[in-house]
Design a protein around this ligand. Structure first.
Ligand code: FRU
Length: 494
């Protein structure tokens, strides 16, 4: 399929048709990256959840596969993860080959309407044919909801190499629970984290716990991602994180990180309004060593109302997460995966004094530009997209405010939801250098800014009435363009 509908992303994953939300079950196995996703195949709004499925050999070009998991008598198939059970600890493998095991939440709509509290539980399914067909485990659920807890979901499983155990991070309303297992079937509760810290403007969902080396040191810390809805820094859904240590049982925040997440404050993986429920791939080979993240490029505030017809929503670009130790403490940086370089078509250097950048017919660009600021830099600067109707989108930095921003208020169709363009997205700057680097990817309906080498990230979607076929740099007195490159980007769909 070559997607031609208005607003259809050209280099992002979007479902062939109908509704999509969270990425699920992301795992690398036998040369393929698997992307499953929350999917309702009968409508362009949320409904009884299935796991849709696609695979990629390069994280960039995707092949759509049939639906992997259908709802059944135990409920809808909510978010979760997948692992390769290398030692066949589950006994679900065949012919000496390790099975793929998916760990997901059953959401029982009947129990929910009956007013029960235990309508979410954790279950598994397995595949012995590279994820092409799946069998649900006969003894499901593997974690019934005994307490019960109303929001009890989104299991993310990791092999803890140090303790040689399976670890699960599980969202439980206002905290994250950790569970352990030897075989992915029998699970024991370990501890919980988070009731007193971080953003609590909404329910906690879609956790992910993993170790991450600290760049430029021999140290490794553990990162815990937690999505919350609502309560994001710019309204609605967003993903915060915590940095600390995990001793096999308990997650403890690093003392240098803890002050930043007191009194309802959060530190966010992305300050934009359209990166939610993101988690990382399991089983990336050691020789690669990356921690690769994908999020749902939308927001529960308006995700079901965006003006698309055949399908709804897309995923963010895949990003590499890295941990840096800065003056304020540990921070997770996100950068687009290097495989995306393959999409670069015509390359144009950006020189000092440049304003107009070359356009493309489809409105798909990568711009990587460095600005030099001085004490005289008071006006906002950045990148502007425009179409023939005078609709515009701007992303950049405001030196007076010390904030990056993304402004979609005049970007076209904004009227489908009052919440969509009620503000300009803002994001704090962490870097202190005079040079501000804006590295941005613009697809037909989205912008992703990786500022200062990924220290601050903004992802925002938009719906211009016709493609943005003009790109220019804007800046005021005291600010100069140092240089950079701009690329026309190819689409990923054949
Ligand atoms: C997050 C979420 C998850 C849940 C899924 C249902 O967006 O609410 O917590 O498992 O979506 O589709």
């Amino acid at each position: 399929i070559r997607y031609t509908e208005a607003h259809r992303p050209q280099f992002h994953f979007s479902p062939p048709d109908h509704w999509m939300n969270d990425p699920n079950g992301m795992v690398y196995h036998e040369g393929e990256y698997h992307l499953f996703y929350q999917h309702y195949p009968d409508s362009t709004v949320w409904g009884p959840m299935h796991w849709g499925h696609a695979v990629s050999e390069d994280l960039v070009h995707w092949e759509n596969l049939p639906i992997a998991l259908y709802p059944d008598s135990l409920g809808y198939i909510f978010s979760g993860s997948a692992v390769v059970d290398h030692n066949n600890s589950s006994g679900l493998g065949e012919d000496g080959q390790p099975p793929l095991v998916a760990i997901f939440t059953y959401h029982d709509p009947v129990g929910e309407s009956a007013g029960r509290e235990d309508y979410q539980s954790q279950a598994i399914a397995y595949s012995n044919d590279r994820g092409r067909t799946w069998t649900k485990y006969a003894g499901n659920p593997v974690i019934p909801n005994e307490q019960p807890i109303r929001d009890f979901r989104d299991p993310k499983v990791l092999w803890d190499t140090e303790r040689e155990q399976w670890l699960m991070a599980l969202a439980a309303q206002d905290r994250i629970m950790f569970w352990r297992s030897d075989n992915l079937i029998d699970w024991a509760f370990l501890s919980d984290f988070g009731q007193q810290v971080g953003g609590h403007g909404g329910v906690w969902e879609c956790p992910d716990l993993f170790p991450l080396p600290v760049r430029g040191s021999g140290e490794t810390k553990w990162v815990l991602l937690v999505s919350i809805n609502p309560g994001g820094p710019n309204g609605g859904s967003a993903t915060q994180y915590f940095v600390g240590d995990f001793d096999g049982t308990t997650f403890t925040m690093d003392p240098t990180f803890s002050p930043d997440v007191q009194n309802g404050e959060g530190v966010w993986i992305d300050y934009g309004r359209d990166n939610y429920a993101g988690v990382t791939f399991a089983n990336i080979p050691d020789a690669d060593g990356r921690r690769i993240f994908i999020g749902w490029m939308s927001n529960w505030l308006y995700g079901q109302e965006v003006p698309t017809t055949e399908w709804r929503s897309a995923m963010t670009l895949p990003r590499t997460l890295e941990l840096h130790r800065l003056t304020p403490g540990y921070r997770v940086f996100s950068t687009p995966v290097r495989e995306l370089d393959a999409l670069r078509d015509a390359t144009t250097p950006i020189q000092s004094g440049t304003t107009a950048l070359p356009a493309t017919a489809e409105g798909t660009y990568e711009v990587d530009v460095r600005f030099l600021t001085t004490e005289a830099s008071t006006e906002p600067f950045g990148i502007e997209l425009e179409n023939g109707l005078g609709e515009t989108y701007r992303v950049g930095y405001d030196p007076a405010a010390g904030q990056f921003f993304s402004d979609r208020q005049d970007s076209g169709d904004t009227g489908f939801s009052e919440a969509f363009a009620d503000r300009i997205t803002q994001a704090p700057r962490l870097a202190t250098s005079d040079t501000v680097r804006l590295h941005a990817f613009f697809d037909v309906a989205s912008a992703e800014l990786f500022a200062d080498g990924g220290a601050t990230v903004i992802t925002d979607i938009f719906f211009p009435s016709e493609p943005f076929r003009r790109v220019r740099l804007f800046y005021g007195d005291g600010t100069e363009v140092l240089g950079g490159e701009t690329y026309a980007l190819e689409g990923i769909w054949p």
